[in-house]
Design a protein around this ligand. Structure first.
Ligand SMILES: Cc1cc2nc3c(=O)[nH]c(=O)nc-3n(C[C@H](O)[C@H](O)[C@H](O)COP(=O)(O)OP(=O)(O)OC[C@H]3O[C@@H](n4cnc5c(N)ncnc54)[C@H](O)[C@@H]3O)c2cc1C
Length: 466
């Protein structure tokens, strides 16, 4: 089988690697080509070592709760390279009214599950706490899908939304919670309400039943990474592909039918004929590639909005940072009017991110709610990150290291109705046998979801062969 994968981010790499695995299992001859527009593989995954610091420009970890990335690491022999978070510091702060407040222990994204830390928290007013408690008696909602903002406001009130849900969600999706689909992003909360009515009670029950990742019994923390950074994963995947399979610096311009199969053309003049094609690019890029094959499909894809973001990594001497850095970082509610979405204390969260006596902090800026900040030059962005961190953690010293990374139109936004759109997309694809889509745009933006989507695409296309 001749298979072309377009896009060499984690989704495309996972697809290509799974195709190699399945072809080997079934003794199917596979002629594989992976076409990537940039000069490097990995997409948004990019790790750099500089002056003893290990800087993640994009994702710094993946979720262990969703099994696909962890399972892939095991198959790649990377299990002993995995590192867990340092759970002594498993605390997140919220920057509210000019100071950092610890998120109460047991707070699960939207709602509290432990009484005492919640009641004692300085993050919420008494009326805000009472409003959250109303969730215990409120009736169920009726919508199939609604915005995350509407859901939290309805069940837990405005404070829960503005002070916790919005900034935590912005740190993941960089999105406006009033646009974000609850069903597509956090179905467990929708499910919790459907099954148990009260979100707080449902989360509390679940937290009593299952051992929490990151607690003493669990093997892995909620987030894990690799000793030498996330690029270890993409490098290992690339190393498992057949020699000559990867074609860099060629941007797919279009896909067209060719005989009984497909032809992928590139702007650089490349022509790749295939029995099957996996398009693992951002939805806006996939839309352009498919515009002549199925214009309606291309429109559906092109209508998935994307946000841009930037990370600014800053290294300091430990003694230059007054804050205790006794957490994984902090998030910033929109109502604070800051450019910063969140900051990670990278060298506290994971070992080996900074040399002895140094610390690495990463600022996250931009997103759907603050796109204008990305029009600034790198130096201005770095200065802005430094000013925000000076206000939050008191660091004013000249950094030893500064790295700015931009991710334009890289973060898909799952708007209300997203899942219905994806289902329509999938139905239209059925009329295009031999063609599959993979990537962060469809059923999950995290690395684990991307691995699943790439692997599922490869399995589907190879299902009939052998
Ligand atoms: C700053 C940031 C931090 C993040 N943090 C985390 C995190 O900590 N944990 C987590 O799980 N997730 C995180 N995410 C999300 C996650 O990293 C991404 O959703 C995931 O890496 C997307 O992978 P992908 O392969 O689908 O897409 P991409 O990584 O975007 O890859 C798409 C690839 O397709 C290529 N391409 C595009 N058009 C063409 C074309 N026409 N022809 C050929 N190639 C083309 C691109 O060059 C790119 O390499 C983060 C994302 C960002 C931006």
């Amino acid at each position: 089988m001749r298979l072309v994968v377009v896009g060499g981010g984690i989704s495309g790499l996972a697809a290509a690697h799974r195709a190699v695995e399945v072809a080997r299992e079934r003794s199917v001859p596979l002629e594989l080509t992976l076409v990537e527009a940039r000069e490097r593989l990995g997409g948004t995954i990019a790790t750099e070592r500089a002056d003893g610091f290990l800087v993640e420009s994009g994702p710094d970890s993946f979720l262990s709760e969703k099994p696909w990335a962890l399972a892939l690491c095991r198959r790649l022999g990377l299990e002993d390279r995995l590192v867990r978070t340092d759970d002594r510091f498993r605390k997140t702060y919220v920057w509210f009214r000019g100071r950092l407040h610890a998120l109460p222990d047991g707070f699960q994204l939207l709602a509290p599950t432990r009484f005492a830390p919640f009641v004692g928290s300085s993050l919420f007013s008494w009326s805000g706490k009472a409003r959250m408690a109303l969730d215990l008696v409120l009736p169920r909602g009726v919508a199939d899908d609604e915005s995350l903002g509407a859901f939290v406001r309805r069940r837990l009130g405005r404070e829960a939304l503005e002070r916790v849900a919005q900034p935590l969600v912005a740190g993941i999706y960089t999105a406006d919670p009033d646009d974000l689909s609850l069903a597509a992003t956090m179905p467990r909360f929708l499910e919790a309400e459907r099954r148990g009515r009260s979100v707080i009670l449902a989360l509390w029950r679940a937290s009593r039943q299952a051992p929490q990742p990151g607690t003493s019994g669990a093997r892995w923390s909620l987030f894990v990474t690799l000793r030498n950074g996330m690029e270890e994963l993409t490098a290992e995947l690339a190393a498992r592909l057949p020699a000559g399979a990867v074609v860099l610096k060629q941007r797919a311009s279009g896909v067209e039918r060719h005989g009984t199969g497909w032809r992928v053309a590139t702007f650089e003049g490349g022509r790749f004929d295939a029995d099957a094609v996996i398009l693992a690019t951002e939805a806006h890029a996939t839309a352009r590639t498919l515009r002549y094959v199925d214009p309606a499909l291309a429109t559906l894809l092109g209508d998935i909005p994307y946000a841009s973001a930037a990370t600014v990594s800053l290294g300091w001497r430990r003694e230059d940072v007054p804050h205790a850095l006794d957490g994984f970082g902090f998030v910033v509610p929109r109502i604070e009017g800051r450019a910063l979405l969140a900051a990670t204390f990278s060298s506290v969260k994971y070992p080996g991110r900074a040399p002895e006596g140094r610390v690495l902090v990463r600022a996250f800026l931009g997103g759907a709610l603050n796109a204008a900040v990305l029009e600034e030059e790198d130096a201005a962005l770095a200065a802005r990150a430094r000013a925000e961190l000076a206000a939050a953690i008191g660091v004013t010293a000249e950094p030893l290291l500064t790295r700015v990374s931009r991710w334009p139109a890289s973060m898909p936004q799952y708007r209300v109705g997203h899942l219905a759109r994806v289902e329509t997309l999938e139905r239209r694809l059925e009329a295009l046998p031999g063609l599959a889509l993979a990537g962060a745009a469809y059923r999950g933006v995290g690395i684990a979801d991307c691995v699943r989507s790439g692997e599922a695409a490869a399995e589907r296309l190879l299902a009939g062969s052998g």
